[in-house]
Design a protein. Structure first.
Length: 143
């Protein structure tokens, strides 16, 4: 699936890649993973910065998740970790969440939906980021 649109984008709001800057830092969570049980846990740290000219509120998320073993699936829902942050120009919002994969590698990407004060809605793309379990975790699968 192309990284700039989702499977259900026919009636979706327009994509505005220059309104919000989204950066992601993923990491493998060794203490929560169980490679022998095909459970690889990854934490990802997100920073959202309003680089546009207008205040907007994040109200929806749509993730496309690729798991090397379990395949592809989508997750969507209101806000992020129970919050719907309002970002004025120059503001940032940070949070962390996690993803459990059945395989040692995968990736995520998606969109946040924002609403401006005037009621207009747009999507900000979340760039694709990759998950890679360390060699020592993958090595346990071979023992």
């Amino acid at each position: 699936m192309p990284s700039n649109q989702s499977a259900s984008s026919t009636d979706a709001p327009p994509i505005e890649p220059d309104a919000m800057a989204i950066t992601v830092r993923p990491e493998y969570a060794t203490e929560h993973s169980n490679p022998r049980g095909w459970q690889f846990v990854f934490v990802y740290h997100i920073t959202i910065e309003n680089v546009g000219n207008e205040t907007a509120q994040l109200f929806w998320r749509h993730w496309l998740i690729h798991d090397l073993v379990a395949g592809d699936h989508e997750v969507e829902g209101a806000g992020v970790v129970g919050e719907s942050p309002v970002l004025s120009p120059g503001d940032t919002h940070q949070y962390q969440s996690f993803c459990v994969l059945r395989g040692p590698t995968g990736h995520m990407e998606g969109f946040y939906h924002f609403r401006r004060r005037n009621g207009s809605v747009f999507r900000a793309p979340i760039p694709r980021f990759h998950f890679h379990a360390p060699p020592e975790a993958v090595g346990t699968l071979l023992n």
